[in-house]
Design a protein around this ligand. Structure first.
Ligand code: ADP
Length: 375
């Protein structure tokens, strides 16, 4: 039998079976269900529980877990991860400005970061990290305070691309100090975990690693935080969307048809997560030979057409350039601006991203992504 759709409303329905014996009311009716997020096989539920009832947490978690899994089994739906978390009821809004700041911090873990931009791709090897690094450095060259969070748990590139292989992390109390190099602040999961082990991570581990990386790094005041996500669709993007007020996502794609299909999936993932897609970048668009002749190795313009058909802005194309690869491998991103043509195309890309972020903000679309929220 084919699986039924096990979406937010199906999860909510299953929670109606979880009844408080004293009031005989279910947790949905009691208003205890604060969030339900469903993405592919990953489910996250947040229940509100007063601190006085904290002793009931384990029991409630088990009951909810059982109810959701039973309903999923009936629907022949597969659950990869099921996270059940508890939040305390919000207290009345404080009147003192200082207290208000404390409350902002509780709902936005990075209140000193003005705009968060995610960089994603449908699959690995298309130049997602190259774009993330060069956009971070390019925005810094434009005068912004920029951070780069390399959250690609399956293949962190920042240590190589920023030349920080040899440098160790430093901490101040509970906080990690970001690396300050090439005019930006950077932190990478590559310095915290062994990527070979991270390959098998799912759900809670990826969630925990991302949370630690994002919130326990001493970013200071930033205009932009660029997040280099793992390729494909998965747990880290879900965690990011739930946790941070992301201004938008940039999707990197190479021109080939097969790459476009993967990029489309990445676009849909961001849209499902409620993250605005700022646009598409075509990387490895064409190759310029030493004699200046241009070769369309992969079918130049393919990603631009994909962006158009999906109604998304096209943010620009980056050619295949030997220096780009050499400077990435050598950990010298600023050297990309020594080549005037390449520097100009990277600057144009940064300016279009900057413009799209402003447009999204004007349209009031940079609120915290909401996913499928209940009730
Ligand atoms: P991803 O993050 O999508 O896995 P990377 O950014 O790590 O991809 O790029 C993969 C490899 O391709 C790297 O060695 C990088 O230097 C190289 N590369 C990426 N874009 C270009 C380009 N436009 N020209 C030349 N080399 C590139």
């Amino acid at each position: 039998m084919s699986p039924e759709v096990f979406d937010k409303s199906a999860v909510e329905k299953s929670l109606r079976a979880v009844v408080d014996p004293s009031t005989r009311k279910d947790v949905v009716t009691l208003g205890m269900v604060k969030h339900i997020a469903v993405f592919e096989g990953a489910i996250r539920i947040v229940l509100e529980l007063s601190p006085h009832a904290a002793s009931l947490q384990d029991q409630l978690r088990n009951t909810v877990d059982r109810a959701v899994r039973q309903a999923a089994a009936v629907a022949h739906a597969k659950i990869d991860t099921l996270e059940i978390e508890f939040s305390a009821p919000k207290v009345a809004a404080p009147t003192q400005p200082a207290a208000a700041t404390a409350q902002d911090q509780a709902s936005n873990p990075l209140p000193n970061v003005k705009k968060i931009i995610a960089v994603g791709a449908g699959k690995g090897g298309v130049g997602k990290s190259t774009v993330a690094v060069n956009v971070a450095v390019g925005l810094a060259r434009m005068g912004y305070a920029v951070g780069l969070l390399d959250a690609d748990i399956y293949g962190p590139s920042a240590p190589t691309m920023l030349g920080m292989d040899e440098v160790g992390t430093r901490a101040k109390g509970q906080m990690l100090l970001p690396f300050e190099l090439h005019g930006i602040k950077a932190m990478t999961i590559g310095k915290l975990v062994d990527p070979d082990k991270a390959l098998v991570w799912r759900g809670p581990m990826a969630h925990g690693a991302f949370k630690q990386l994002a919130t326990q790094t001493e970013w200071g005041e930033l205009d932009y935080l660029i997040i280099d996500l793992p390729p494909g669709t998965g747990d880290v993007a879900l965690t990011m969307a739930q946790m941070l007020p992301v201004a938008g996502a940039v999707v990197v794609c190479t021109p080939q048809r097969v790459a476009q299909d993967d990029a489309r999936r990445a676009v849909r993932m961001f849209q499902n997560l409620g993250v605005e897609v700022l646009g598409v970048v075509e990387n490895m668009s064409f190759f310029t030979a030493p004699d200046g002749k241009e070769y369309d190795l992969f079918g130049r313009g393919g990603a631009e057409i994909m962006a158009q058909t999906m109604g998304l802005p096209f943010l620009g194309s980056i050619p295949i350039h030997i220096a780009l690869r050499e400077n990435s491998d050598g950990g010298q991103p600023l050297a990309n601006w020594k080549n005037t043509t390449m520097g100009a195309s990277l600057d144009a890309l940064c300016q279009r991203i900057e413009a799209q972020v402003k447009l999204a903000a004007m349209a009031g679309r940079t609120d915290r992504p909401t996913l499928t929220i209940s009730p």
